[in-house]
Design a protein around this ligand. Structure first.
Ligand SMILES: [Fe+2]
Length: 183
């Protein structure tokens, strides 16, 4: 295997092979790096919880290069059609989109369930409690839950708790408003 993840980097840490479909959880504070030793691309997705913040990144040798900055940025939070507040990311290769979202317990923001004609949607619950309504049946949600929603399946997220329900939603193919249908 030519591609591997080092957690933490050599010489003190172990190296782990990665292949398509591999997933690693890297706790906060653990030095890590991803190396591509192949001649092609090593396409990968990174989920950062809480959301990625450039000021949260430290290089192992940062003491040797103080003041060095890195051109990283976050998108602006926006209102989603379903009432949530989201940070959205879209990618053309692979064809998918990721939204980091906050579902608020605010009746004024509440919307009817919807379905996607083509996209499969995956929802990961980061924190909070709430419900997902799938084909008019409510299921409780809590942190750590993963839900897969197939195309043409009606669904909606609801929060009736004081705290925000924080989720990551992944759509493949990438989210498009034209792909959304309501009851
Ligand atoms: Fe959806």
């Amino acid at each position: 295997m030519e591609n591997f993840v080092s957690v933490p980097p050599e010489p003190n840490g172990a190296c782990h092979d990665v292949a398509a479909g591999s997933a690693y959880e890297i706790p906060a504070g653990v030095a890590h790096m991803l190396r591509n030793k192949s001649s092609g691309y090593l396409e990968h997705l990174v989920f950062a919880l809480p959301p990625f913040n450039p000021n949260d990144v430290y290089l192992r040798d940062q003491k040797l290069s103080p003041g060095k900055t890195y051109p990283l940025s976050l998108p602006e939070a926006e209102d989603c059609f379903d009432g949530a507040k989201i940070l959205s990311y879209a990618f053309s290769r692979p064809d998918l989109s990721i939204a980091y979202g906050w579902v608020m317990n605010d009746p004024a923001r509440r919307k009817q369930p919807h379905r996607h004609k083509k996209s499969t949607e995956f929802v990961y619950v980061v924190e909070g409690k709430g419900f997902i309504e799938i084909d008019r049946v409510r299921h409780p949600l809590e942190s750590g839950d993963w839900i897969r929603i197939d195309p043409e399946t009606e669904h909606g997220l609801f929060n009736e708790a004081p705290e925000d329900l924080v989720v990551v939603c992944i759509c493949s193919p990438a989210f498009q408003m034209e792909d959304v249908r309501h009851r």
